[in-house]
Design a binder for this molecule. Structure first.
Ligand code: IPM
Ligand code: MN
Length: 348
């Protein structure tokens, strides 16, 4: 029997609630499809920061490296640890260290879920560059607290980084509806974004079966509201992709439905799966967080591990539940009720 070693980082707030739910569904899928999942849980979080002075141990990355995948709930408890500290101590270093350069986020309405738009037939795969760009971390501050204080934060776009994320996008487009939209702001940002456009055009010649559109981020934001059904694969830089995928979450009914995968396509280190939502301190531990985003992220993990049938079954189970109205609106059902419904559907 195949067995996968999974590093579980519930993290903060509702990260704990939703990873619990997702792991119940993952174990049920493993039992049904005949593979094993061995979980090791790491308490790395803002609480851990309080106890140890760090979000994870110094050898945290090396510890995770031995696993087949990482599953993360959410990171952040801004009342006690500034987000800039907690995120740069856990989530962001994992994405970078493991070269998880493709952050994949599907945006479509699950069966039975109503979004805020009139449009319902959209199916967007957002592919966000996940290791450089506006999140490169290059910068600094001088003259802190003085009148002449300066803060600089530089976006870094490398040919390797831009080319590999676009190539990944083209491959995804090929396996879908063969349409790729590359999102930049090259009318205003004349170095990095013009460069990105150039690389897109270069690669397009290799993928002549894929139709390419170029859009500026501002127009793209409008399009995702006005005509999302015209979009297929969308590729964007780290920050642009971050913003667009919250918009994507909104049009698919909310962050409770938005799944994501941080993928290292060459598999030289583990990939990480996490819902798009944050730790939501206000509803943490109340058994009301929607676990669907986390469970769908789990399905993406199974797919990445090669357990395609199990992945499809989990997604089908989610939609069997939502088609019956389970979890389709905040406050309708508890975390446990939604999880139980999905577990029941998985047995069918
Ligand atoms: C996301 C989140 C993170 C990001 C934050 C928490 C650093 O918003 O995964 O979308 O910006 O990447
Ligand atoms: Mn985000």
């Amino acid at each position: 029997m195949k067995n996968y070693a999974l590093a579980l980082i519930p993290g903060d707030g509702i990260g704990v609630d939703v990873t619990d739910a997702a792991m119940k569904v993952m174990q049920a899928a493993a039992a049904r499809f005949g593979f094993g999942l061995t979980l090791e849980t790491f308490p790395w979080s803002c609480n851990y920061y309080h106890e140890t002075g760090a979000m994870m141990p110094e050898d945290g990355i090396e510890t995770l490296r031995g696993f087949d995948a990482v599953f993360l709930g959410a990171v952040g408890w801004p009342e006690t640890v500034p987000d800039s500290v907690s995120l740069h101590g856990l989530l962001l270093p994992i994405r970078k260290a493991f070269n998880q350069y493709a952050n994949i986020r599907p945006h479509r309405l699950l069966n039975g879920v109503e979004g805020p738009l009139k449009a319902s037939g959209f199916d967007i795969l957002c592919i966000r560059e996940n290791t450089e760009g506006e999140y490169s971390g290059a910068g600094g501050r001088v003259h802190q607290g003085k009148g002449n204080e300066v803060a600089v934060e530089t976006s870094v776009f490398t040919r390797e980084g831009v080319e590999r994320i676009l190539r990944f996008g083209f491959e995804q487009a090929r396996s879908r509806r063969k349409h790729l939209t590359s999102v930049t702001k090259s009318n205003a940002q004349k170095y990095s974004m013009v460069f990105w456009d150039e690389v897109t055009r270069e690669l397009a010649t290799e993928y002549s079966d894929v139709t390419v559109s170029h859009m500026h981020i501002d127009a793209m934001a409008a399009k995702m509201v006005m005509a999302p059904e015209q979009l297929d694969v969308v590729v964007a830089s780290n920050l642009f992709g971050d913003i667009l995928t919250d918009l994507g979450a909104a049009i698919q009914g909310g962050l409770g439905f938005a799944a994501s995968a941080n993928i290292n396509p060459d598999r030289s280190s583990p990939s990480m799966f996490e819902p798009v939502h944050g730790s939501a301190p206000d509803i943490a531990g109340k058994n009301i967080a929607n676990p669907i985003a986390a469970i769908w992220s789990g399905a993406m993990m199974l797919d990445h591990l090669g357990e395609t049938d199990a992945a499809n079954a989990v997604l089908a189970a989610i939609e069997l539940a939502t088609a019956q109205g389970i979890g389709i609106r905040p406050g309708l059902h508890s975390t446990d009720q939604i999880t139980t419904a999905i577990l029941g559907a998985l047995e069918k």
